[in-house]
Design a protein around this ligand. Structure first.
Ligand SMILES: [Zn+2]
Length: 240
């Protein structure tokens, strides 16, 4: 046995450092936007095309209607990561999203934190949402986004069996905690060729969620991106 600390306890700073590194590595595996540890995952689109993908998580909710109206006004397409139970609760509203040409993604059945689930529980969250969304929209989603961006054991099998690819983001809008002007400024500053922007048309499935910030931010974001001649497209198009 060789090594500097063979036969002796490693110094406290070293064990703490290693534990810290292991924790940082595990945290990256779970939440890192380019991590493939729990299945295939994308976080940006084609950098050669002036196209941006706006994505909205956690809907449908009453805010979805106002967001759809705004997108229509600007001839913009987007992708909505719907929660299975929220879509079941408002199937007509959920369906309006796909009927207007937007893409639908899977955001689990109940917006569960996957790291609190067993592998079978993770699998059930994905397969349950996939079944509900396929029934409502008449087609199966291709994209999956994990609640809170946290992937976990069981996800790789669930993605493979349902033909899903994980999608993270190049810019988080932080629309659940910042004022509308700050959200808009952040998104406009980060938007460029192939960007994937994460916003919300619900709040983790809470009924009556207040998404006014997202709607107000969108009123600023849409004209600004149009002025920069960035086309607003679905995820399928931004990866092309
Ligand atoms: Zn979410």
């Amino acid at each position: 046995m060789s090594g500097v600390w063979a036969g002796a306890a490693a110094p406290g700073w070293l064990t703490a450092g290693l534990a810290g590194a292991a924790f940082a590595g595990a945290a990256w595996a779970v939440r890192g936007r380019s991590s493939q540890v729990f299945g295939p995952s994308l976080w940006r689109g084609n950098p050669l095309q002036p196209r941006v993908a706006l994505t909205f998580d956690d809907g449908p909710s009453p805010a979805t209607e106002r967001i759809l109206d705004l997108l229509q006004e600007f001839s913009a397409r987007a992708t909505f990561f719907q929660i299975g139970q929220a879509a079941l609760g408002s199937p007509a509203l959920a369906r309006r999203v796909s009927a207007e040409g937007h893409e639908i993604g899977n955001h689990t059945l109940s917006h569960a934190a996957l790291y609190a689930k067993t592998p079978a529980g993770v699998y059930g969250e994905v397969s349950g949402a996939q079944r509900v969304l396929q029934e409502i929209h008449g087609g199966a989603p291709r994209w999956f986004r994990a609640p809170y961006g946290c992937r976990w054991f069981g996800l790789r099998d669930a993605l493979r069996d349902h033909g899903l690819t994980g999608v993270m983001w190049s810019c988080l809008g932080l629309d659940w905690k910042r004022p509308a002007r700050a959200v808009a400024a952040r998104v406009i500053a980060h938007a460029g060729n192939g960007s994937i922007i994460c916003l919300h048309d619900g709040r983790a499935g809470q009924p009556g969620a207040d998404c006014r910030v997202t709607v107000e931010a969108l009123r600023l974001i849409l004209p600004a991106l149009r002025q920069r001649q960035l086309e607003l497209v679905t995820l399928s198009e931004v990866f092309r």
